[in-house]
Write a protein that binds this ligand. Structure first.
Ligand code: GLC
Length: 721
């Protein structure tokens, strides 16, 4: 065990400030130029670089080992650097984007994927990831919805905690684990109009009720780092927001881990107009105890030393911040082994291993959502001629944004997956059109129609590109880019056996496609094993079980649209949706209901929900109600079903959502099997934030149902006494 306080005692103020500074890996590799400009721009001289505390991004373990070795020779304090990277949904073997993983409703699978990513990251020389991202978001226009696990508080919280446990394991000294970093604290998903980096205005009530719980769940799961968000939250950027970072994070939640800024977020306080210059920006961030500057211009090194000399800050505070960083390194075992298991052999053993590919394939199968199926799926393996039509027919760019060191050339395309599964089929590939925004070119339709006419089956492979979602990639529309919907319509006219596989990093408006084709399988961005998973799902070797974790709107004008909304004073009967009624809550040019509701997802099995029973119709503060949902797999196909419980608090001191996910379980069923799926409901699950922002439950009547959002069934009532 390193004597961390003794180490700090020997460090100068500059040493300590360098320890709180993170540089890009490129600063140490090659000509020293970085993504944000030459090394010189970082404002760090060689002596300072010898004392840097952490590094962002290395391409391979050789670079990481080389840089750490040189560092340990040159750092006068012999403090190993910690290497961090965005291992968001895989390191080299890429599994589905987190929004897809949310649709699996499978926390164990989520954990398994993160454990796989950690093993590969350790081999590749990475010690910490900037994940999980748990930014609650209700607006599909925002490109970063792909990084979270959707619009439900419980699902996002459970999936966030599962990622922390998966990445970090039982002991961070275990060289199969990496440190996790929950981000972006807080409210980043509330970006105005879904436009990235815009301001966020959220009441304390709404923050506490919807936007904060998932961060807290990750902190309760033991996350090692936290990253404040770029955005202004209620007038103050998170990086400088004392209410958020001190009152909530440190005082109320007692968070004791490391806080690391987002990329350049400190210097961007100047751009936000809350700091007149970088000196002021440094002061605001340091006052908020943002421990590490993910740096572009090293403003801590350049400005904080003088402030300590002038007594603006104490060296004791600086030591406290440095100690948190050293404690992270100690937890990671870096003082004992600065290389922490990184090696070319480990890379060869881990990267893209059959085991890792199997995990990624299974995750892609479990997170796909069968949105529509008029019986045309699953396909028969005896078919002779298949046409694959659309921009994704033979396209390996299906890993999604934030795919770390994943490589397109290692990714299985739909064509490759189907060739492998049904080798005797004659496959014709026609792109037909692009998925470029605004492309009106239909010249490719002719060849596509010709191929469709001569084939038994057509698989339309459509969607938005993987770089049309993700950071900085907000949209003002949610349709299939280009003329893909038109292509689908023309193809479906000439071959009724046409199914669509759709790719996206966000919910899309698929109403036109829904009207054109008899089946739609939404695959999100499935990752390295995408093509194999899609083939297995299309031909029935895998049975779709995903449920959408984020509402699919009918049109972008409905955004933000989400299932757990409140009533209004003039709610219209959903049965009348689409009929405009004056002075009621409705649009004059669209219905209120989405295309596909939260929790929607079909299967090749046929799950019949026969009943919901309560052990009692009243609940005391220290009691519990046993809930039993009887589900029958009335089919000859084994499958998995996400059984969900929803609640409604009928009357409370703040208006409560008309429906709210209370619990969920993913259950396996054999063909024909009937099961009673048991849940336990206790008073803490019924708590909410009252007008005084106290987390309370209030006596009264509650409804409890199963089914899925907007399609609740077997509703029963109980009383909280
Ligand atoms: C980016 C993202 C953040 C990421 C960081 C490092 O701008 O906002 O999520 O972890 O920079 O890549």
């Amino acid at each position: 065990m390193a004597d961390l306080k003794a180490i700090i005692l020997q460090m100068s103020i500059e040493d300590k400030l360098c320890q709180l500074t993170q540089c890009c890996g490129e600063v140490f590799i090659g000509d020293g130029s970085v993504a944000t400009g030459p090394k010189a721009r970082s404002g760090l001289n060689d002596e300072m670089l010898n004392k840097i505390g952490s590094v962002l991004n290395f391409a391979n373990c050789d670079d990481a080992i080389k840089v750490q070795k040189e560092h340990m020779e040159n750092d006068p304090n012999k403090i190993p650097m910690v290497f961090m990277m965005d291992v968001i949904h895989g390191f080299r073997t890429i599994y589905p984007i987190p929004l897809a993983m949310g649709c699996s409703f499978d926390t164990e699978l989520m954990k398994e994927c993160c454990q796989m990513a950690s093993r590969e990251a350790v081999a590749g020389g990475i010690h910490a990831t900037f994940g999980p991202m748990v930014d609650y978001s209700r607006d599909a226009r925002w490109g970063r919805v792909m990084e979270s696990c959707g619009e439900d508080v419980l699902l996002n919280s459970r999936m966030g905690a599962a990622q922390v446990e998966g990445f970090q394991g039982e002991d961070l000294k275990d060289k199969k684990s990496i440190a996790a970093c929950v981000k972006h604290f807080a409210g980043y998903g509330g970006a105005e109009a879904g436009l990235d980096y815009t301001g966020v205005e959220l009441s304390e009530h709404t923050l506490r009720e919807f936007y904060l719980p998932a961060y807290k769940a990750c902190i309760d799961a033991g996350v090692s780092l936290l990253m404040p968000s770029f955005n202004v939250l209620n007038g103050v950027p998170s990086t400088a927001n004392k209410w958020l970072m001190q009152d909530i994070l440190k005082k109320e939640w007692d968070y004791k881990g490391v806080v690391i800024s987002d990329w350049a977020a400190m210097s961007e306080l100047v751009d936000h107009g809350v700091a007149k210059d970088e000196n002021e920006a440094a002061r605001l961030a340091f006052a908020n105890e943002v421990d590490i500057e993910m740096c572009v211009t090293a403003i801590y090194v350049n400005h904080i030393g003088k402030m300590i000399e002038e007594g603006v800050f104490t060296e004791e505070q600086l030591d406290r911040m440095v100690l948190r960083v050293l404690e992270l390194k100690e937890k990671l075992g870096l003082f004992e082994d600065p290389y922490r298991g990184a090696s070319a052999d480990a890379e060869k053993r881990e990267f893209l291993s059959e085991k890792n590919r199997e995990i990624a394939r299974r995750a892609a199968e479990e997170s796909a959502v069968l949105l529509k199926n008029d019986g045309v799926l699953p396909l028969s393996k005896n078919i002779k001629k298949i046409a694959l039509i659309g921009p994704f027919a033979d396209n390996n760019a299906i890993k999604g944004f934030w795919s770390c060191n994943g490589r397109d050339e290692e990714t299985v395309t739909i064509k490759q997956g189907i060739e492998k599964l049904v080798p005797n089929a004659e496959i014709t590939v026609v792109k037909g059109c692009t998925n470029d925004f605004g492309d009106k070119d239909t010249s490719g339709f002719k060849a596509a129609i010709k191929a469709a006419k001569k084939s038994d089956i057509v698989v339309l492979c459509l969607g938005e590109k993987q770089d049309q979602s993700g950071e900085g990639n907000s949209r003002t529309t949610l349709n299939l880019p280009g003329v893909q919907s038109e292509l689908a319509k023309e193809i479906a006219k000439v071959n009724k056996n046409t199914v669509a596989v759709t790719f996206s990093g966000r919910p899309l408006t698929l109403g036109e496609l829904h009207e054109s084709v008899p089946a739609i399988l939404h695959i999100w961005f499935p990752g390295t094993e995408g093509g194999n998973a899609i083939a297995n799902l299309l031909f029935g070797d895998a049975n779709p079980c995903g449920k959408i974790a984020m509402t699919f709107p009918k049109n972008v004008g409905q955004c933000p649209i989400y299932y757990n909304h409140r009533s209004t004073g003039r709610m219209k009967d959903p049965e009348l949706d689409g009929q405009h009624i004056m002075y009621m809550t409705n649009y004059i040019d669209s219905g209120n209901l989405p295309q596909y509701s939260f929790g929607h997802g079909l299967s090749y099995s046929n799950f019949v929900y026969e009943d919901l029973k309560l052990s009692s119709d009243s609940l005391t503060a220290d009691g519990e109600i046993k809930v039993s949902v009887t589900v029958h797999n009335d089919s000859d196909v084994a499958g998995k079903e996400v059984v969900m419980l929803y609640m409604r608090d009928l009357v409370a001191s703040t208006a409560r959502p008309i429906q709210q996910l209370l619990d969920f379980k993913k259950v396996c069923f054999e063909a024909g099997e009937r099961k009673n799926v048991e849940f336990t409901v206790r008073e803490p699950q019924l708590r909410f934030y009252n007008p005084e922002n106290k987390h309370v439950s209030e006596p009264g009547e509650f409804l409890i149902s199963t089914g899925y959002a907007d399609h609740l069934i077997h509703t029963k009532k109980f009383i909280l006494e």
